[in-house]
Design a protein around this ligand. Structure first.
Ligand SMILES: CC(C)(COP(=O)(O)OP(=O)(O)OC[C@H]1O[C@@H](n2cnc3c(N)ncnc32)[C@H](O)[C@@H]1OP(=O)(O)O)[C@@H](O)C(=O)NCCC(=O)NCCS
Length: 217
């Protein structure tokens, strides 16, 4: 693969993003063009794509939230306001990872790592406290008959099982905090479950202001 570049998402990327999303999540309805435009308007600094000379390789999408408002159980639909990003709160000190995906043919080549790095850099640049996400557990359906989702996630953390998403996130420096149910009910591979994960920004300074996004673009 030619060199990977990560940049902010532009409206022109939307048709390719929808095509990629349909390919990656055949059982989950993709976001519409109008929704993706709303997301770009709500928080353009939080939307990234990865590309090479061959074209778009993947994307990462985030909002900021006041975590205390969401720390109890919530679904993906609730926190993303069904994709409108209405709950993006510019005063929030937590970067919440809404989505990340990579073209299946480009996985395992460091694209996901670059997209996660962009998120961590944004967190540092904005002086946010942390990145929180609820990650899919796509390997769980293979073990659902034998164990709970909690035990499955623990076994991944202990290194006894490998999950395509959670194992990657742990290697990316995230800590596992537990399992959420009914996070994406249509996600058959994860049986609707997700793992709650956090990365703490080591450079966070509580006494310093939040950098407004216009300062960092
Ligand atoms: C999860 C996901 C985003 C990871 O993206 P990716 O581009 O495959 O991630 P990377 O290539 O950076 O890392 C993946 C693995 O490849 C390895 N890798 C990274 N660079 C590599 C390279 N140059 N050569 C070989 N292997 C490499 C990494 O060590 C990593 O291994 P690990 O998973 O055992 O930690 C991707 O698999 C995906 O899109 N999945 C489907 C959508 C999804 O479920 N998204 C998550 C929503 S919560």
């Amino acid at each position: 693969m030619s060199s990977i570049r990560v940049r902010h998402t532009h409206p022109q990327d939307i048709p390719s993003l929808i095509a990629l999303q349909k390919q990656i999540y055949p059982t989950i309805p993709p976001w519409s063009e109008a929704r993706l435009l709303e997301q770009l308007e709500a928080f353009p600094q939080g939307q990234f794509v990865a590309e090479s000379e061959e074209g778009l390789l993947g994307c990462s999408s985030s909002i900021t939230v006041v975590w205390d408002d969401w720390m109890d159980s919530h679904s993906w639909k609730e926190i993303t306001s069904a994709g409108t990003f209405e709950h993006h709160n510019p005063a929030g000190r937590t970067l919440y990872g809404v989505e990340v995906f990579v073209d299946p043919e480009s996985q395992g080549q460091g694209v996901g790592h670059r997209l996660y790095e962009a998120r961590r850099n944004l967190c540092r640049q904005m002086n946010l406290k942390r990145v929180i996400a609820c990650g899919r557990l796509p390997g769980y359906h293979r073990h659902a008959k034998d164990m709970s989702a909690e035990l499955y996630a623990q076994k991944v953390i202990w290194g006894d099982l490998t999950d395509p998403v959670l194992s990657f996130q742990i290697r990316e420096g995230f800590s596992y905090c537990g399992v959420m149910d009914n996070y994406i009910p249509e996600d058959n591979e994860s049986c609707g479950y997700a793992s709650l994960i956090v990365w703490l920004n080591p450079d966070y300074q509580a006494d310093k202001p939040l950098n407004t996004p216009k300062d960092i673009l």
